[in-house]
Design a protein around this ligand. Structure first.
Ligand code: PLP
Length: 306
């Protein structure tokens, strides 16, 4: 009988079914969200922009003075092995560099914690829901602001999500599908799990500032450049989005998702935009063909030879 596909975690030096992956409730990883992470995806067996995700992950853990117990090359293999063991082709893999447990509970110096590495591989998911890929989302620009960079640097991918979660709850209360937060000076930033883009007169714009520089965002830059849409990063205001011809989100877990309403009001003609759908089609067509992809077996072959 064929092996059943299942979600897999790597924790405490072992690959285990996800239900067996546990951390202590006393760890600052949990009590203080003292952990950084990165999420990458595989599609048809190709890990997308693997080394770029690993580089961002490394920048994040270095920024928090975390030292995972494996070199980056080994983390690369752990990612591939999680996917292989899961039996899924289309996955999201989250890597976490944790502060880990205190060695001595009486000594709360976080520099002495035993840093850890956790990897989690689950079937590919769409953070805004798969159906919204075609219908589009109602995006609420929230009152709740994105935390300033001087407090939390959003480029360091973190689980300090109180601003994003409060934004999301506010958006749900207002009948929206998700939230777009602004910086304290009123500029558009990002939402819970995605970057934002808008199109005006055939040109594409995305905010600049305290936001995670998404790997999918980078991919949209490449595709849009080829399509002549002159993608530009610049400070944007809520009214730029409200007056846009079209808009979409970009993220690892969901690719490109059209925004068809802002604060419950129709955006453009109310349908997913033409440029948005061209980008979406091209993104998935290329993903299927292994664009910026590394085969899982290729990384594991290196492991077997080493
Ligand atoms: N912004 C935030 C806050 C995110 O959490 C994410 C992804 O999880 C993104 C943007 C999109 O980044 P990427 O395209 O690298 O997935």
């Amino acid at each position: 009988m064929a092996k059943r596909a299942e979600s897999i975690a790597f924790i405490d030096d072992q690959f285990v079914p996800i239900s067996e992956a546990k951390i202590s409730i006393l760890e600052p990883t949990f009590t203080k969200s003292d952990v950084v992470y990165d999420t990458l995806s595989s599609w048809k067996g190709y890990m997308f922009r693997l080394d770029e995700h690993l580089e961002r992950f490394q920048n994040s853990y270095r920024a928090m003075q975390l030292k995972p117990p494996y070199p980056l090359e080994e983390i690369r293999r752990i990612v591939a092995e999680c996917i292989e063991r899961s039996g899924f082709e289309d996955t999201c893999v989250t890597l976490m560099a944790t502060r880990g447990p205190f060695i001595d509970l009486a000594d709360r110096d976080i520099r002495k914690c035993k840093n850890g590495l956790i990897a989690v591989c689950v079937p590919y998911y769409w953070v805004l829901g798969e159906a919204k890929q075609t219908s589009g989302v109602n995006m609420v620009i929230t009152k709740n602001q994105r935390v300033p960079a001087g407090a939390i640097d959003a480029r360091v991918k973190n689980f300090n999500w109180m601003d994003l979660t409060r934004g999301l709850l506010e958006a749900y209360e207002k009948g929206g599908d998700s939230a777009l937060l602004c910086t304290p000076d009123g500029l558009l930033s990002e939402g819970p799990g995605f970057n934002i883009w808008l199109a005006k007169d055939g040109k594409l714009f995305t905010p600049r500032g305290n936001l995670l520089e998404g790997v999918t965002r980078r991919s949209v830059f490449e595709l849009a450049q080829e399509m002549g849409a002159e993608p530009t990063e610049k400070p944007l205001r809520p009214d730029d989005l409200r007056g846009a011809d079209e808009a979409f989100t970009s993220t690892t877990a969901g690719g490109i998702t059209p925004v068809t309403q802002v604060d419950g009001k129709t955006l453009g003609n109310g349908a997913p935009g033409i440029l948005t759908m061209r980008l979406n089609d091209e993104y998935w067509r290329r993903r299927k063909d292994g664009w910026h992809g590394t085969r899982v077996e290729e990384v594991l072959r290196d492991r077997d030879v080493a």
